[in-house]
Design a protein around this ligand. Structure first.
Ligand code: 4NP
Length: 154
C-alpha cells in the first residue's frame, strides 16, 4: 500500500502563484505516473479574489507549457485545511504571517516556504506587482521539483 501525500499551496490571492504551483505540481506527478499518490490544492490567505478564476497571464503561461487550470477558482485557506493537508506551502514571508493568523500555531510543523526546497531559498515575488510571470514560472517549477524530491525521499 502506498501513502497519500497531501499538499496545499498558499499565496495572498490564490489567482497567481499558488494556482500556478498547484497545476505545475499536478503536472509533475502525472508525468512521473504517481498522480494517484497525491492530493494537491491551493488557497488564498485573503478574501480579495474568492471565486475568481486564475489570473489570465498566469493561465497563459501554464497553457504555453501545456498545462490547464480550467475550473480553478480562488478560495480562502481554513483551519480545516491545516488539519487535512500534510504540507502547507507558502510563497513569501507575508503569506506565512497570514497563515499563522488563520491556524494559530504550526504545532504539526506542516508550514514552509516553497523555495526552501531549492538550493537558493528566497521568497517568490508577487507577479501581480512584478508582472514578470516568466520568473514566477521558473522559480515555482524549481520549488515544486525540490518539494517533490523531498517528499519522495522522506
Ligand atoms: P497571488 O497574487 O497572491 O500570487 O495570487 C495576488 C493576486 C491578487 C492580489 C494580490 C496578489 N490582490 O491584492 O487582489
Amino acid at each position: 500500500m502506498t501513502s497519500m501525500h497531501k499538499i496545499i499551496f498558499v499565496c495572498l490571492g490564490n489567482i497567481c502563484r499558488s494556482p500556478m504551483a498547484e497545476f505545475i505540481m499536478k503536472d509533475l506527478v502525472k508525468k512521473q505516473g504517481i498522480a494517484e499518490q497525491f492530493e494537491i490544492s491551493s488557497a488564498a490567505t485573503s478574501v480579495e479574489e474568492i471565486g475568481n478564476p486564475v489570473y489570465p497571464p498566469a493561465r497563459r503561461i501554464l497553457a504555453e507549457h501545456g498545462i490547464s487550470c480550467a475550473g480553478k477558482t480562488a478560495r480562502q485557506m481554513t483551519r480545516t485545511d491545516y488539519a487535512h493537508y500534510d504540507y502547507v506551502i507558502a510563497m513569501d514571508h507575508s503569506n506565512l504571517r497570514n497563515i499563522y493568523r488563520i491556524i494559530g500555531s504550526d504545532f504539526e510543523h506542516k508550514v514552509s516556504l516553497l523555495l526552501d526546497y531549492t538550493s537558493d531559498p528566497h521568497e517568490i515575488a508577487d507577479p501581480w506587482y512584478t508582472r514578470d510571470f516568466e520568473t514566477t514560472w521558473n522559480e515555482i517549477t524549481e520549488g515544486c521539483q525540490g518539494l517533490l524530491k523531498a517528499i519522495l525521499n522522506e
